[in-house]
Design a protein around this ligand. Sequence first.
Ligand SMILES: [Zn+2]
Length: 645
Amino acid sequence: MTSKSAYGAAFAVALFATAQSASAAVVQPQPTPLPPPIAAPQDVPYPGVLTLSVDATDLPHAIMAVHETIPVAGPGPITLLYPRWLPGNHSPSGPIDKLAGLIVSAGGQRLEWTRDPVDVYAFHVEVPAGVSALDLDFQFLSPVSTREGRVVMTPEMLNVEWNAVALYPAGYFSRDIKIDASVKLPTGWTPATALEVASKAGDVVSYKTTTFNTLVDSPLIAGKYYKAFDLDPGGPARVTLDVIADKPEFLEAKPEQIAAHKALVQQAYKVFGSHHYDHYDFLFSLSDRMGGEGLEHHQSSEDGTQPKYFTDWDKSPAGRDLLAHEYTHSWNGKFRRPADLWTPNFNVPMRDSLLWVYEGQTQYWGYVLAARSGLLSKQEALDAIALTAATYDYRVGRSWRALEDTTNDPIIASRRPLSWLSWQRSEDYYSEGQLIWLDADTLIREKTGGAKSLDDFAKAFFGVENGSFVTKTYTFDDVVAALNGVYPYDWATFLHTRLLGHGPGAPLDGVARGGYRLVFTDKETEYQKSVEARRKSTDLMFGLGLSVSKDGKLTDVQWDGPAFKAGLTEGVEIVAVNGETYSGDALKDAVKAAKGAAAPIELIVKTKDEFRTVRIDYHDGLRYPRFERTAATPARLDDILTPRK
Ligand SMILES: [Zn+2]
């Protein structure tokens, strides 16, 4: 160190000492005490019955107008809650930003409300003497464009999620609060919901008294164009496919398509050996105007997909596991629920640690049941699982982030777009969870010589108490015990290794034991083509390491892959490929031409107003995943995908 810097150091020490002595006289800030906590929910009946009237006729503004009455026991403070933690979303995603116009009154006299300064989902009201009920008027300003969220009101259809249009009193379990709900619909529209109708008067439908818990669990769809299909005539409980669509022609399902949906019910009964509903409604919307959806409930599911689901059947296998997935949730997720995920009302935080069972095994059964029922062909299901296997084998974020940690993603990311999916990971407990359950299923089948399988676990774990839909919670140890009941094994270590490990690569033992290996060829499977068509993208993630939208914008770049190394990121636009205007085919041609050649692939790319030339030194050609049969191992995966007799 030179003398000059020694002088500098001494000077700094002197300054520091001055600052220290000056600070002694300054009053440092101290925290302001928090407001009193919101009353914790108690398991006691709420006195009286709430009433809720939703006017869903203002389609031009996409506004739902709400009138609600909340009985009160006497004078004093009351806290009203807007549902925050939504089952199925596993996150604090209640759309509080869209609640507006709230006026609270009693006997015609306006009462001022104040929002809790910490919990913005809580409203405090002082109830005066002599008041027996509060009147609430407010609006739910549903999104008018996708920028604001999922669109739920269009000129042809709507979707009422009751959590968005209701407040409820704090201090009670939601199952202990009774409510009478009604909805006013556009004239001539047909509603569908798991709620039971009490009466109809003109355009207003009133539903039988239910609990606030069941109300939130029983959303409603309504459509100008509607068709219902009975999926289990003469079965133990009514199961209905309620279809609404943008246009009447999209409702035209062929008999063989309905037969596959009917088979889904029968194949599910064979797996679970039970049902946990009085009746079940698939609330199925075929639209590219209303937002897509897959949201499970005990006695129904909200299932929203592309309008040509029936009419373009052969071209659109991608996503055809949707109904099988959401239906499975009636058993796995609604009837059986992780103990730390179950909450007494919608404002107590959820903990998502066991979503690899709740969603992971549901993802598994979604594809298996879709194949067994004929919603997917066996080949389509194999190709879908191959694509999943490859995707998660390339999920390099495993090296820093264990699968179990991704169960926090509904809370961390709430499905916002990510810059680096393969490195950040995102809700991987769904599809990597699916691979773990394939691993478990094939292990049981191998060790028992095919006598037992994951079907036996499903029956033992989800199939108990037939007919009951009182939620039954479980822990990690309960899962391990049920697996041991099927086949004694060190399941705790099996699961921990896969949930907490760092790879490398995805858990693919189930593929190998299933009689297949993952390979890459230059030919896409028909299934992957349909995925690309659905996403309107060109997917070269397993080779060049990027996927591109129809208009040339990069939608994803594989972490540390060839495109990454060339400096590309999501959002960059490819303008030209080897001197030609960008198209998906031009890019694929360039990849083919570079195979085994020396010259790099040259792209002109645009970021905002800046153009630059990027050279990607990649010569391995097109690479698409598929399964290849390994002759030495029994085709257990084929057995898994075969309909049960
Ligand atoms: Zn799910």
